[in-house]
Write a protein that binds this ligand. Structure first.
Ligand code: GDP
Length: 182
């Protein structure tokens, strides 16, 4: 899934995808890193990651994005998954209320094990399935505002806001990191 590390990049960031099983994390990542959508279920269990180079201003950033690859199903995510991550995309499925209710649990884990200034973006995925919606956009927005997170609804299937959700996170990480360097 990953290509080799490019020596010429200015920064290398780690970010993670987290959220209940089946909310679309893998498809968001494959859409972002390869512009692909997978209809089949995941073939392997174990952490996977993908890289993508992004230009922010005159800097070349290599984002290394980790995916749980199904481990959350067995509650097998360990603190090492979060270690060193500067950003996270916390995903729920707008057609599955429970996945939204579990966002608090994932947020707790992120804050417990992740960096204190980690950039967290909340993504309500499967926005193409509005006829089966169980979580309103307003609910997502209010929760995100209360917790101080960025928020947007996405569709990995129709490629809506996928680029935005990742790029927002990456540029915010870049902002924070470059302030620290100065
Ligand atoms: P993960 O377990 O969170 O990594 O979820 P997957 O990426 O494996 O997706 C779970 C299921 O949801 C698969 O059947 C996907 O095809 C489907 N899926 C993922 N994203 C979307 C989306 O944006 N819209 C729709 N309609 N289905 C999606």
């Amino acid at each position: 899934m990953a290509d080799s590390i490019d020596e010429e990049c200015d920064y290398l960031f780690k970010a993670v995808l987290i959220g209940d099983s089946g909310v679309g994390k893998s498809n968001l990542l494959s859409r972002f890193s390869k512009d692909e959508f997978r209809l089949d279920s995941k073939p392997t269990i174990g952490v996977e990651f993908a890289y993508r180079n992004i230009k922010v201003g005159d800097k070349l950033i290599k984002a290394q994005i980790w995916d749980t690859a199904g481990q959350e199903r067995f509650r097998a995510i360990t603190s090492s998954y979060y270690r060193g991550a500067l950003g996270a995309i916390l995903v729920y499925d707008i057609t599955r209320k429970l996945s939204f209710e579990n966002v608090s649990k994932w947020l707790w884990e992120l804050r417990e094990y992740g960096n204190s200034d980690m950039v967290i973006v909340l993504a309500g995925n499967k926005s193409d399935l509005s006829h089966s919606r169980e979580v309103t956009e307003e609910e997502g927005k209010i929760f995100a505002e209360t917790e101080g997170l960025c928020f947007m609804e996405t569709s990995a299937l129709e490629n809506v806001n996928v680029e935005r959700v990742f790029l927002d996170m990456i540029s915010k990480i870049h902002q924070i990191t470059s302030q620290k360097i100065l």
